[in-house]
Design a protein around this ligand. Structure first.
Ligand code: NAD
Length: 358
């Protein structure tokens, strides 16, 4: 029996979570779900979107699976997702993007793994509002030590990248490569412009790479990387990068394999792991039983592997692959434009996968 913290999330979160629980249980693995709500509704009831009880539950169970949680844009509470990653030191965001036969995309045989640093960079949450005392102090300090002027009407976000943070994420990428028999690690950066943050990341990456002579290493500037991924994704294998680029490139890679409905993720630290899809809460589809649960189900497959249930993971992956290949019981986002058959519902996809679990 595996005791797992279950965070249904908001928006489409609860419906894809329900579908995911059903298929995970259908593999025959026993779970005890410790359900913990977080997000906007919890903020209204408990005054915080991420109460301590949620963190305590994950600390106790060590593994969680979560649905997406909405983050208000511009103002309001800070991202619960970012807070979770920082509070539990889940320094690695692992996002494998693999082609499934029958998925709606013109790319074939994509097999990329994005290893995104998850705690630093512009996501550190150190920000100063325009006209605030903090912004004013920084503007004065920068003027004093560099002689350079930042406009008074600026908001400021700080981008810290450390040796410690870079080293552990790049090491994770190489260790993952070894463990999974992968051939190459590409470090992605903008070190030509941000010499002391991205430049440091690259310098550390080169140092770590030297300790793994059995794995090929190269680096790419982020803008070139985006073009390369669209033109010749087959040249790439594992991509390791700072937080913000990882966020953007994950969605790009999801696009290559047929969209966000197929892109899973895992937030991993030395002690805890939280599994969640790459996509967000897609609020306009909330409660419609319409969106694709496969990204969260694929995140569940990553979780099964993490808790040592590899046979169940393989069984579920085969069932999911067979549903995609057949193309009948898939949601709207996976239907070709010329397919007149009605799209499957979220719960219908779970039924179809369960029917194929051998
Ligand atoms: P989103 O990923 O929620 O949705 C963007 C679009 O992608 C949707 O409108 C939909 O067309 C499509 N899509 C997403 N998931 C899908 C699915 N499972 N099946 C089919 N189509 C799907 O991105 P957004 O609209 O930018 O963000 C909505 C909210 O989610 C924001 O508040 C954002 O902060 C939050 N968010 C949360 C997480 C997380 O919980 N880890 C991650 C990303 C965004």
């Amino acid at each position: 029996m595996h005791k797992i913290t279950l965070i249904p999330g908001d928006g489409v979160g609860p419906e894809i979570t329900q579908a995911t629980i059903r298929v995970l249980e259908a593999t025959g693995v026993s779970f005890e779900w410790d359900t913990q709500n977080a997000g906007e509704d919890v903020f209204k009831q408990e005054g915080t979107p991420l109460p301590d009880r949620v963190l305590e539950s994950i600390k106790k169970n060590r593994v969680a699976i979560k649905g997406p949680i909405t983050t208000p844009v511009g103002s309001g509470f800070r991202s619960v997702n970012v807070l979770l990653r920082q509070s539990l030191d889940l320094f690695c965001c692992l996002r494998p993007c693999k082609s499934y036969e029958g998925a709606k995309t013109s790319y074939k045989n994509i097999d990329l793994v994005i290893v995104r640093e998850n705690t630093e960079d512009l996501y550190a949450g150190i920000e100063y509002k325009k006209d605030s005392e903090g912004a004013g102090s920084i503007i004065e300090l920068v003027k004093k030590i560099t002689g350079r002027t930042i406009r008074r009407d600026s908001g400021i976000s700080i981008k810290p990248i450390s040796v410690y943070g870079s080293e552990r994420i790049v090491r994770y990428a190489f260790e993952y490569a070894r463990k999974h028999n992968r051939r190459k690690v590409t470090a992605v950066h903008k070190a030509n412009i941000m010499k002391h943050s991205d430049g440091l990341f690259l310098e550390v990456a080169r140092g770590v790479a030297a300790k793994y002579p059995d794995i090929e290493f190269e680096d790419k500037i982020i803008d070139n990387m985006c073009m390369q991924l669209v033109q010749k994704p087959e040249l790439y294998d594992i991509l390791v990068m700072p937080n913000l680029y990882g966020d953007i490139v994950s969605d790009l890679a999801a696009g290559l394999i047929g969209g966000l409905g197929l892109a899973p993720g895992a937030n991993i630290g030395n002690e805890f792991a939280v599994f969640e899809a790459t996509h967000g809460s897609a609020p306009k589809y909330k409660g419609l039983n319409k969106v694709n649960p496969m990204a969260m189900i694929l995140s569940g497959i990553l979780m099964l592997k993490h808790i040592g249930e590899s046979a169940a993971a393989q069984k579920l992956d085969n069932a999911l692959a067979s549903v995609i290949k057949e193309g009948k019981s898939v949601t709207y986002d996976m239907k070709p434009a010329n397919d007149n058959q009605a799209a499957e519902t979220t719960s219908g996809v779970a039924d179809a996968i369960i029917s194929k679990i051998a």
